[in-house]
Structures are given as C-alpha cells and as structure tokens.
Ligand binder design. Structure first.
Ligand SMILES: Nc1ncnc2c1ncn2[C@@H]1O[C@H](COP(=O)(O)OP(=O)(O)OP(=O)(O)O)[C@@H](O)[C@H]1O
Ligand SMILES: [Mg+2]
Length: 249
C-alpha cells in the first residue's frame, strides 16, 4: 500500500500514513504508551485507536481526519475552553491508570513529580480538529503532575505568541483554565509553572545543541530554539498579568 510522509516528525523520525493508519517507529516505551492509550480509551477519552505492530515492526494507529489546531490559529475562546476541558478529561482518566511495574517511559524533560502518567505534549501541534477533536502523538507519555502537564498545555495554546498583547493572551488563558475547571490552588501555581515549563523546553533545546543530542539539537537550530527563547521570556515577563487574570476568574 502507498505510504505518504506526514509533516512534523520532529521527535519520532519518519511518520507515514498508510491507508487509514499512521505508522511510527516502535520504541522501548511503546508497549507502556500503548497500555496507557488503551486505558484512556476504556475510560472514554477519544484518542487514536491502536491497531498494533505492523509487518515492519512499526506502531500502527488510527489516522484521525482533520486539521492540526496550530494550522487554524488563533482558536476562539470557546474552542480554547473546549480544549481545556479535554485536558481535564485526560487528566481525570489518567489518575486511575496504574502503569505496569516494568513500564518504560521516554521523556526528554524531567517532571517535578510522578503523581500520574501524562501526555507531556498536549499542544496545538498535536491536536487534530475535525469532526472529532483528538490529541495525537502519545509517545512522550510518562509520569508527571497535573500542574506541570496543564502548565505546558495552557502555555502552548494561549501564551505562545510573544507578539500578542498580554491582556489578550490572558483572556485566552482564563478561557482555557475555566474549561479545565481548575481549582484556586492550581490557578495560583500556574503562572510560575508555565514559566518553569517553557524555560525547561528552551534549556533542553539549548543544551542539546551544545552536546549534539538529536532531535533536539537540529530543532534548536531550525527556529525552535529562537521560538522557545522568546516564548519563555514572554511567559516570564508577564507572569503578574497571568496571575491577576487567573485569580479574578
Ligand atoms: N493519528 C493521527 N491522525 C492524523 N494525523 C496524524 C496522526 N498521527 C500523526 N499525524 C500527523 O503526522 C504528524 C507527525 O506525527 P506526530 O506528531 O505523532 O510525530 P512527532 O514526530 O512526534 O512530531 P512532532 O515532534 O513534530 O510533534 C502530525 O503533526 C500530524 O499531522
Ligand atoms: Mg507531534
């Protein structure tokens, strides 16, 4: 059957579409990732169905038709609210997933704690918007915390464009966090966590560029380095704006 190379593929090497499926390289963590995906689907979260291991040893998952959210930016506030609610549903379903004792996870940025398994890349470049709204690209799933995973998602969806007026970005952030239905403690902790998480991303790319660690080294030099440097500075510079907006909500 014909194979079509899909865009992206920053982190996982070659990603191809074959019929109604997507094929990605099989990694040491794939069995653990697949068990997490299956548990979330059983709990009612819509995500790509796992088809299995193909004849070439690759992971085959369901191809979900639609557009990437990043290609439809800016999302409307009601859409951001919807995505916030999706992140909440994923987190709530994740709390009852108990990984097997021999689970293997591959994640580049260490989490502050391991209270539950999280996606770790809930971002507009991994959300398919179509008849269904579905997060893809579950390969980086690993133990983390609600706060750390939400901080990344909220920052990536709402506070990722240093050219925007902070007051506008703050309204987006409130919509997203309202959709998540975050409690007062999470809201209070988010601005610092968003800052720390964006900085961690920048530092990963920057240190990988120095040590030659791929794929991060190439991402650093192709625009991602500059983007994360500017974005993390923006998140940090306007931390008070995010804090005031979230505390009022
Ligand atoms: N299940 C799917 N349904 C529809 N499209 C998909 C699916 N999985 C992947 N794609 C498409 O293939 C691209 C690359 O896939 P994916 O995000 O899983 O790879 P990646 O290597 O982790 O990419 P990146 O590091 O750029 O996020 C996605 O951006 C999307 O356009
Ligand atoms: Mg991706």
């Amino acid at each position: 059957m014909d194979e079509t190379v899909l865009g992206g593929g920053n982190a996982s090497g070659r990603v191809v579409k074959v019929g109604h499926t997507v094929r990605k390289p099989w990694a040491a963590s794939t069995p653990s990732v697949v068990s997490y995906m299956a548990a979330l689907r059983d709990a009612g979260v819509d995500l790509p169905a796992v088809v299995g291991r193909d004849e070439r040893g690759r992971l085959a998952t369901e191809y979900v038709p639609g557009q990437l959210a990043i290609d439809r930016f800016p999302l409307r506030r009601d859409e951001l609210r919807r995505v916030g609610a999706m992140v909440r549903a994923i987190h709530d379903a994740s709390t009852s997933f108990r990984p097997p004792a021999d689970a293997v996870w591959t994640t580049a940025i260490p989490a502050p704690d391991g209270e539950m398994v999280c996606h770790n890349d809930l971002a507009p470049w991994n959300l398919i918007v179509g008849e269904r709204w579905v997060f893809i690209d579950w390969d980086a799933a690993a133990p983390s915390t609600r706060l750390w995973d939400l901080a990344y998602a909220a920052q990536a969806f709402c506070v990722n464009d240093p050219g925007r007026a902070p007051s506008d970005a703050a309204l987006d952030l409130v919509a997203f966090v309202d959709g998540y239905d975050a409690d007062a403690e999470l809201r209070a902790d988010l601005p610092t966590a968003m800052n720390d998480r964006a900085l961690a991303m920048y530092r990963l790319l920057e240190s990988s560029a120095r040590s030659g660690r791929e794929p991060w080294a190439s991402m650093f030099t192709d625009d991602h380095g500059r983007h994360w440097q500017d974005a993390s500075a923006y998140v940090g510079r306007h931390r008070d704006v995010w804090a005031v907006a979230l505390s009022r909500a």
